[in-house]
Design a binder for this molecule. Structure first.
Ligand SMILES: [Zn+2]
Length: 66
């Protein structure tokens, strides 16, 4: 079992443009999940790409409806 390795990523909400700080658990590899914006409460699709060493390669924040 892998230990959680949280990486902080700073991005912007695709709906309201607010700055967001996301904690991504890179020990579970690439992932896609929904996170509600703290400001406008819209559901943001977070797509995190993690390489085999558990390092965060890229993060994409998408609107659900796109
Ligand atoms: Zn927002």
């Amino acid at each position: 079992m892998n230990e959680a390795m949280l990486t902080t990523y700073n991005g912007q909400c695709p709906y309201c443009g607010s700055d967001l700080e996301l904690s991504i658990d890179t020990s579970s590899g690439s992932q896609e999940y929904i996170e509600d914006c703290e400001v406008c409460c819209a559901p943001i699709t977070v797509v995190a790409e993690v390489d085999l060493k558990g390092e965060l390669v890229g993060v994409e924040l998408r609107r659900d409806s796109d």
